[in-house]
Design a protein around this ligand. Structure first.
Ligand SMILES: Cc1ncc(COP(=O)(O)O)c(C=O)c1O
Length: 451
């Protein structure tokens, strides 16, 4: 049986390339052409006057977002990283103040905290939801804690009821990172419209995109105003501002262009459709692969809605009796070589837990005295967040093959490859692998194959 698997030289179970995401269509190109022909590629002026908040396309897109998602204020930015930076600056925290954040997220969530002179404190995540674990949040709160940054990872809404209750009890701000979760809902409420302030990313990989971009959402008029000032050199409006608005107002240039706004705008009305298709694709795979010992999927309460940036699959190495990365490589060998990120059958885990990064291990920070780490006694030891570390090292597989362009035939092929590997799993148990193959980062960097 051994040679049956493609990893041992057998015939792969499927070779037709998977469908790529191609979301730029006629509406987007028409919108972009209209802007190009108008010659006005950005409507912003960094000083008092009616162009301080941008041109027609920016205002139109922000309004459309509010209408679709029910937020009161939307402030677009030229990335979600700068959106996060704007939000943290708007909150007037002092150097050394602490913000609780998950370690299993994109690096910008924590680095924007550091950039504002504050300290990221990593709380662990729920082993299936992959979002902040409320109990772990509570254990991280000190007199220096000012905010909780919730990340709706992979489109899964975090447990906002419990998290907001903790925040209220401890007088903390709740920031929602919805980069991966437009269209997701927690118990009937749109994400990034539940806490104090939040927002989304429009980078190339996200549900809706214009290459790069971001959008802050809030129902708090004061925070909205501050974010608008920070986005566009707000210091130039200082003469006209009331005293309370002046704190921390030296702005930057975080402005999205008219062109980008015109490209993302027509996509907004399509989000419900995108989320519906992704949910159907995930349900199909769950059903096809249900009941297999050692394989689990994510399940959330029926009143909430997942928006499925990617689909997580959890493996139990002890039950399967093979390493996660061997399993992954055997499945990928059965399927076409990816041409893009969106056609990659399976990836091992998500990013390295952020605190394992040298930035935290060496407390690099800014300047000669490692600001702001010199403001804290916090350490970032291995083992700090065991659930996250286990997911990263052993448990988590991710597939982007549930996006809205994936055909039923491709989903079938994916499930067939899974089943073929499971049927032949015994042949993988005796497989000798190089030690470094088992390190997910090594596998990504070197793209080594197991022979
Ligand atoms: C959870 C999360 N937060 C923040 C970001 C940063 O967004 P951007 O790339 O738009 O700056 C990303 C991007 O991948 C993300 O996934």
């Amino acid at each position: 049986m051994k040679n049956n698997l493609a990893i041992f030289g057998g015939v792969p179970s499927y070779s037709t390339p998977f469908e790529e995401r191609k979301i730029i269509g006629k509406n987007e190109t028409d919108g972009a052409l209209k802007v190009l022909n108008s010659q006005l590629l950005s409507g912003f002026i960094g000083g008092p006057g009616k162009f301080f908040d941008g041109g027609h396309e920016i205002k139109n897109m922000e309004k459309k977002w509010n209408e679709e998602f029910g937020s009161t204020f939307s402030i677009s930015t030229n990335s979600w990283t700068t959106g996060l930076q704007t939000i943290i600056q708007s909150l007037n925290f002092d150097p050394g103040d602490e913000v609780i954040v998950p370690p299993y997220t994109m690096s910008a969530c924590a680095s924007t905290i550091i950039l504002n002179g504050c300290i990221p404190v990593f709380a662990d995540i729920h082993p299936r939801r992959l979002t902040l674990d409320p109990q772990s949040i509570e254990a991280c709160i000190t007199s220096r804690t000012r905010a909780i940054m919730v990340v709706h990872l992979l489109g899964c809404p975090a447990e906002m009821d419990k998290i907001c209750e903790i925040a209220n009890k401890n007088d903390l701000i709740v920031i929602e990172d919805g980069a991966q979760s437009p269209g997701a809902m927690f118990k009937g409420k749109n994400v990034c419209n539940i806490g104090d302030i939040g927002g989304f990313s429009f980078n190339f990989h996200k549900h809706l995109h214009c290459g790069e971009g971001g959008l802050i959402t809030t129902n708090n008029p004061k925070l909205a105003e501050k974010c608008r000032l920070i986005r566009n050199h707000g210091e130039n409006l200082a003469d006209d501002l009331e005293e309370g608005m002046l704190n921390n107002i030296f702005g930057s240039n975080f402005r999205l262009t008219e062109l980008q706004a015109a490209i993302v705008s027509p996509q907004i009305e399509n989000i419900k459709n995108i989320v519906t298709i992704r949910n159907k694709n995930v349900d199909f795979l769950k059903e096809r692969l249900s009941g297999i010992p050692g394989i689990e999927f994510q399940n959330i309460e029926s009143e909430s809605l997942h928006s499925h940036y990617m689909m997580p699959i959890f493996v139990d190495e002890d039950i399967l009796e093979i390493k996660r990365n061997v399993f992954l490589r055997a499945i990928n060998a059965e399927l076409p070589i990816p041409s893009t990120w969106d056609t990659n059958p399976l990836a091992e885990g998500y990013v390295k837990p952020l605190y394992i990064n040298k930035l935290y291990q060496r407390k690099i920070g800014q300047g000669r005295n490692n600001f702001p780490f010199n403001q804290t006694k916090r350490e970032y030891p291995n083992g700090l967040c065991p659930v996250t570390e286990n997911l990263y090292q052993k448990e988590l597989l991710l597939t982007p093959l549930i996006h809205e362009f994936i055909s039923r035939k491709s989903l079938e092929a994916f499930a067939n490859a899974f089943e073929k590997v499971l049927e032949n799993i015994d042949s993988l148990k005796s497989l000798k692998v190089d030690k470094d193959i088992l390190d997910p980062i090594e596998v990504i960097n070197n793209n080594k194959s197991i022979k």
